[in-house]
Design a binder for this molecule. Sequence first.
Ligand code: NAD
Length: 457
Amino acid sequence: MSSYNPADPADLVVSVDTPGAAGTVAAVERARAAQPAWSAAGAAARSAALTHAAEAVEAHAAELAALMVREVGKPLAEARAEVARTAAIWRYYAQAPYAPSGALHEPAAGEGMLLTRRRPYGVAGLITPWNFPLAIPTWKAAPALAVGNTAVLKPAPEGTACALRLAELAGLPEGVLTVVPGGAEEGAALVGSADVVSFTGSTAVGQAVIAATTARGVPVQAELGGLNAAIVLPDADLGQAAAHLAAAIAGYAGQKCTATSRVIAVGEAYEPLVGALAKALAGAAAGEPGDPATVCGPVISAAALDRLTGAVDSARAAGAELLTGGGRVERPGWFVEPTLLARVPAGHPLLEEEFFGPVAVVLPAADLDEAIALANATPHTLATSVHTRDLDAALLAADRLDAGMIRVNAPSSGVDFHLPFGGAKSAGYGAREQGQAALDFFTASRTVTLLPAGGAR
Ligand code: NAD
């Protein structure tokens, strides 16, 4: 299996043998054999190991950012930020082994004590997408390991080199964090053999993973695709809103699960916002990802490029108005112009499916109620941004929007690493990721009743 540079498809980044289903199950068995010692090593040892991983990422920050630029086309400024975030996540979870693992309760009647204790499951099976090739593997592995699981990571084929280097740098004991390169075969084998499964990726694959794990009675969390909206009210700072929307549409070529793909302009905001946003997107032209000034790099593959430009062409053929962009950038690699469309007819796939590229549709709404209804009119409600100076409107929207994450006067993409992260409706399943939520997910709670010997019979 090979991964190639999306800005220069002749550049082979890595080529590796894949272990197949049998090799994946064998990796899970090695991880299972390593788990009791890792769990029994104690809080200090696990904390030190995770701190070492943070330090190794920091010490190799420039190398990791360059690898991410090359392997998945992430613009350098964002790649540097992801490396910093990756180190911060390892550090954050390095404190977790020292946190209380349960609570003490009074019995309802009589003497004794009741306690709850959270214990690891065994082997965590982690399946990740290519778009955050260091941060997502880390925000799954670090909490799983902190609480005493071992982990087997099956990264997306497109992010193989990043995952392998991350695990190498983390330098954890044998069997504690194993990377299994591969695709659907290895992913399905991991889903079929791990003791707890955490998946991030597309909705279709995620639904199959949820079905397979729940059929086995194994805990699963899944973070899936989004069709994210941004609501702009007439009282917003429209200059700031246009800048935030341009970042959320064109940043990393729209290849974030939280990217904005539907802009909902309320009332009088429509005309000035559309003008400012089209200008901002034209200024965010797709370019060389290694340039620190680049916002919009390449999309991941030729197939992604064809799907995006095909959707734009079909929307235009159906009567949509092209406000900016619209096509491929004529240069080597898979570059799409940041694109804004208006009057896309109802039912067009751009209004129904995640396209995962720098393409957005603008929709008018008469008022906030209609804007919220439009934002909620999809099962893929992951993140929504609201742009307003009106606190009442912001609070009302936060209350009524279906999204798992709501951001006021900020791009829809982005969230602090220590807060729960996840989508609503079909965009997420099971426990949230990140923060305390992840530590809870990777442990099972036990209730222990302790009564005094020699007491009541
Ligand atoms: P993908 O669904 O194609 O692949 C995700 C992972 O699943 C890969 O490792 C892949 O090899 C593996 N896989 C494929 N078939 C499998 C199977 N049958 N069983 C088990 N595993 C299998 O997604 P992608 O193209 O790598 O990533 C982009 C998608 O990820 C987008 O839809 C994006 O929205 C989503 N995403 C979601 C979040 C979130 O937190 N909600 C974050 C980042 C990306």
